[in-house]
Design a protein around this ligand. Structure first.
Ligand SMILES: Cc1cc2nc3c(=O)[nH]c(=O)nc-3n(C[C@H](O)[C@H](O)[C@H](O)COP(=O)(O)O)c2cc1C
Length: 228
């Protein structure tokens, strides 16, 4: 695990003691943040200050979690050996995935860039600790999967915080989770959630890469809403 005692760059954090007012300009900026957050796979090789990533991570850990259990666990994948294992895992899972498509879809899939593993300066494997006792099981008794959901909520917060700093995040899930957990010496009871590639994006984009590549377009919200 990353050294949790490493000092965090707090200069960017608000020191305000009063409840803030989220004015019109802020709300507009927040919507812009939603619109311009992207899953990023094309990074510049420039280094990223670890203090800045830790500051964003600290804020992301203020996200919601079932029973306030805070089950997120972050493994910084720094060494070339560990990165090579993740890359090999991705290549094998990606080849398997390609084999499940046929014809034009297979050709399209093969052309997609589905990770920034080769270049992202910061890489974090994220796990949910399913055996942690924090929160004493509140909210998770009938739905133990809420621990994993809580970790996803933190990742989403991190995604937005990083984007606001100009950093990009790419979520890689084309991985065999048991192999990845073993390769990264994840602790017993930890479930793999996602591998995050972080760095300075080559360019800002308003639309998802998969939409731009003709794989899957965004759909109107009405498609997802039902009234009973
Ligand atoms: C749970 C999850 C897993 C994902 N796994 C991958 C992945 O393995 N490779 C990839 O290129 N993108 C992956 N993505 C990113 C999605 O492709 C991306 O979010 C989607 O196309 C919409 O683009 P946007 O995030 O830029 O809006 C993943 C996203 C989520 C939420």
């Amino acid at each position: 695990m990353q050294d949790g005692n490493q000092p965090v760059n707090t200069q960017r954090l608000s020191q305000s003691k009063e409840p803030p007012e989220f004015d019109t300009a802020f709300r507009r900026a927040l919507r812009d943040l939603m619109r311009w957050r992207r899953d990023v796979r094309h990074f510049r090789a420039d280094p990223v200050d670890r203090g800045l990533v830790m500051a964003c991570l600290e804020e992301a850990c203020k996200g919601p979690s079932v029973g306030n259990s805070q089950p997120w666990r972050f493994v910084f994948v720094d060494t070339p050996e560990a990165r090579a294992k993740v890359k090999a895992n991705f290549e094998s899972a990606n080849a398997d995935a390609l084999g499940s498509y046929h014809g034009e879809k297979a050709e399209r899939y093969a052309r997609l860039k589905l990770s920034g593993l080769d270049i992202a300066p910061v890489q974090i494997a994220v796990f949910a600790d399913l055996e942690s006792t924090e929160g004493a099981g509140l909210g998770a008794r009938t739905m133990p999967e809420t621990k994993a959901y809580s970790v996803v909520a933190a990742i989403q917060c991190l995604w937005l915080l990083l984007r606001a700093e100009g950093l990009g995040l790419g979520w890689v899930s084309i991985l065999e989770p048991d192999r990845l957990s073993a390769d990264l010496a994840a602790e017993p009871g930890w479930r793999f959630i996602g591998h995050l590639c972080i760095g300075w994006p080559e360019e800002a984009q308003e639309h998802p890469e998969l939409e731009r590549e003709g794989w899957q377009a965004r759909l109107p919200v009405e498609r997802f809403v039902k009234e009973v």
